[in-house]
Design a protein around this ligand. Structure first.
Ligand SMILES: *Cc1c(COP(=O)(O)O)cnc(C)c1O
Length: 496
């Protein structure tokens, strides 16, 4: 019997894993969730002897039950290969008594590579499985990180095309350079004269545009999404928590069955939800520490049971966590309401209409494995400096938010279980903020000069992803008004 996926907003909507991956979002606006969370079917001791790829197969086969062994193994081999700069794929590095799970060794040096390097393969297999003969066109709006990770994942993947829109003047110079130098005839990148919200709105309108969908179909295309609400992004993220535990066990850092805690720097709530699923598969995880930056909507939620997005949006040095609507939290709400789509749909309706909702005391009680806190900008910079001065280890800004919150948790609770911190980006991706924290006064230097200095300070070579773009030719020069995004799509696909 296949594990089926249900919509978080309508109990009658059911899909297989491959159908859920193809669709991305349910038509009712809900997210696809597994009807039950499968248990790990091997011992922790066995896991301790596995490679990353073997662990990935062991975990993912439990969730993607309509994939054959060969299909899933092919996807895993195609994703977790020499695109990663370390054979371990996700190394665990100890510094000052905590373990950094480095998820930034892929093509774009941020953790989104962990899922976006496999999603294109899962999607093309899903298309075949469901007799979709159209080519899949991925449409993405990005504020910086997701765009490049999705481009790198889908570039050159047969049967797919990818189109990315970004705000022309709203991303960092390194982020823009990463995108406009992307190779691959199936890639298209365009800067819009507008902000991220306009790019996002434009993409959503195209997804909803029936006439455009008809034109696409006539030319053998259909849209899909690489957004983090796709279950095909969530499942691959469960793997590295299982892998981290197995590595700790293999290295003798923990005893078999010993509980560990994890801290996750959180924005859209995808990464920490994957840790929650890992725990519910039977992995011995005690606390799930949810770390926010000054956009602390989740901290307030865990403290009070009220989610309230009606507040000022803060721009911080950890921009990938600057979010007021954490999309994947909807999956947790559904689960703690007892897998109740009706109740969840009512909360989401309140969120859409009033920007706020409050959960019941019973649901609050079901959140007892979570701890939420946040780090200010000043605490984040201080944490980067402290770790560097004490251990020589340089963390990026997002990881530093997590490290700061981890320290708050440990000081408050005296819980001394081993702590794994999800390390979500290379410090070389946010070089300026990191260097300003370690050694202030860098205004005169370019981002590339600062990368060289950071390399000298940390003893870590400048990653290939940064080296590449220093001299790489610009391949995408397209710019457009926000209202003209469909024109860019039609032109790229040869539809007139
Ligand atoms: C996307 C991102 C996050 C947030 O992850 P979510 O799954 O959205 O909670 C944290 N750090 C970095 C570097 C990211 O790119």
């Amino acid at each position: 019997m296949d594990l089926m996926y249900a919509s978080t907003r309508d109990a009658d909507v059911k899909a297989t894993a491959s159908q859920a991956i193809l669709k991305g979002l349910s038509d009712d606006g809900g997210l696809f969730v597994p009807e039950r969370i499968p248990a790990l079917d091997v011992s922790l001791q066995d896991l301790a002897g596995m490679t990353y790829q073997e662990t990935a197969y062991t975990v993912m086969k439990q969730f993607l039950t309509d994939f054959t062994e060969q299909e899933l193994k092919d996807c895993i081999q195609a994703a977790y290969d020499s695109k990663f700069d370390t054979e371990e794929i996700a190394p665990l590095v100890r510094a000052d008594g905590v373990y950094f799970l480095e998820l930034f060794h892929g093509a774009t040096i941020a953790f989104k590579d962990m899922a976006l390097s496999i999603l294109p393969h899962l999607m093309t297999v899903s298309a075949k499985k469901n007799h979709v003969t159209n080519e899949i066109v991925i449409l993405t709006a990005t504020s910086g990180d997701t765009g490049k990770a999705a481009l790198a994942g889908f570039a050159g993947v047969e049967g797919t095309k990818i189109i990315v829109f970004y705000p022309k003047n709203g991303v960092s110079p390194i982020q823009e350079k990463q995108m406009v130098t992307q190779k691959g005839a199936n890639t298209c990148v365009a800067g819009i004269h507008g902000n991220f919200d306009q790019a996002q709105t434009g993409v959503k309108q195209m997804f909803a545009d029936k006439e455009l969908a008809r034109e696409l179909a006539a030319h053998g295309y259909q849209f899909s999404s690489a957004n983090s609400i796709n279950i095909g992004r969530l499942v691959p993220q469960i793997v590295y928590y299982v892998y981290a535990y197995a590595r700790l066990l293999a290295k003798g850092e923990i005893a078999q069955g010993e509980q560990i805690n994890v801290t996750v720097p959180t924005g859209n709530f995808g990464n920490i939800l994957a840790a929650y699923y890992a725990k519910h598969m039977g992995l011995p995880i005690g606390k799930l520490v949810c770390a926010s930056n000054e956009n602390k909507v989740l901290y307030d939620f865990f403290a009070t049971g009220t989610y309230n997005k009606n507040r000022e949006f803060m721009l911080t040095s950890s921009p990938s966590m600057d979010i007021l609507i954490s999309s994947n939290l909807e999956r947790l709400i559904y689960h703690i309401a007892g897998n109740n789509a009706k109740e969840n749909a009512a909360y989401m309706k309140k969120l859409a209409e009033d920007g706020t909702y409050s959960i019941t005391a019973e649901m609050m009680a079901a959140l007892d494995s979570f701890y939420g806190n946040y780090a200010s900008e000043q605490e984040t910079a201080q944490t980067i400096r402290d770790f560097y001065e004490k251990t020589g280890y340089v963390a990026d800004t997002h990881t530093a938010v997590a490290a700061a919150v981890c320290r708050k948790y440990q000081a408050e609770t005296k819980d001394d279980a081993k702590m794994v911190i999800a390390s979500t980006a290379s410090p070389f991706k946010f070089t300026r903020s990191v260097m300003d924290a370690v050694r202030p006064g860098n205004d005169a230097q370019s981002d590339f000069e600062l990368a060289d200095e950071l390399s000298r300070l940390s003893g870590v070579p400048v990653p290939q992803a940064v080296e590449e773009i220093r001299t790489a030719p610009v391949l995408h020069r397209e710019e457009c008004e926000a209202g003209d995004m469909p024109l860019v799509v039609r032109r790229f696909l040869g539809i007139n």
